[in-house]
Write a protein that binds this ligand. Sequence first.
Ligand SMILES: N[C@H](CCC[C@H](N)C(=O)O)C(=O)O
Length: 297
Amino acid sequence: MISVSKYHGTGNDFIVVDAAIPVPDRRAFAIEHCDRETGINHPDTESNGADGVLFLALEDQYSPPRVVMTLVQPDGSVAEMCGNGARCAAAWAARKTDADELMVDTQAGTRRAIIEDETVRVEMGHTTFLPDKVPLARESPLVEEDVEGLTVTAVNTGVPHAVAFVDDVNSVDLERVGPLVRNASVFPSGANVTLASARSDRDTTPLDSDSDAVAVFDQRTFERGVEGETDSCGTGAVAIAAVADRQGFLPDEGPITVCPPGGDLEVSLSAGVATLSGPVVRECSTDLSVADPRRIS
Ligand SMILES: N[C@H](CCC[C@H](N)C(=O)O)C(=O)O
């Protein structure tokens, strides 16, 4: 058995393992313990499983401290980046070091994180529509085109997203269309499928009535690697901001609010560089079994 903790960022939940603890087969560990029926059990609730395992290696000899993040997903795949995961990684490392600024090393690059009480803000780097960076199996950007019946724009925010703006995110059968778009041949590495709709019923930054700008979006995301919808997706929230910006309907200034089912996130975009901010919760700690290393397949 090894000791782990469980964190979530607006409902996107992760088992956190200190990478100093040997887990010989990380893939098998993630597949076993993320399972929503039989996986890690939260002591206070009926819920099981997680959206992934964050293996975190703390390098506290540096200032600010660094944490190397590897996200292994419920299907055993490794994701290059995860916005909510990076926020949870920073909160985990902050708890160990007392630092309020950290560098999170991901496979998509190093991301600076700032802790402000329960809120963790992460710099998310450049967003890109370039076909070889998304990646796409073609030579031109995919903008507002039909893929399996959804009108999507493809963007990479650390991982690939197919973003569809719709009138109402809840009117789309994401369980049906998500896997079709996720596996479409135009996405050679697959894609997360993110739905967005403008929210008008919220009292937020007053917008110029002459402008089409939108400051609050609803979000739903079908995630690659989870192969299902999650309660929140940080790279997806950034993808919504990037696509809205490209279409010209972001307010001139100030952050936007993106509302996945699990809670509100704030996204800022400046010259194609994004920042993601929102709450992180440490749910519990517990012990989990690790497979016998002699059985690694
Ligand atoms: N939930 C994560 C995204 C995980 C990425 C993953 N699903 C993939 O691209 O394979 C987030 O907050 O950004």
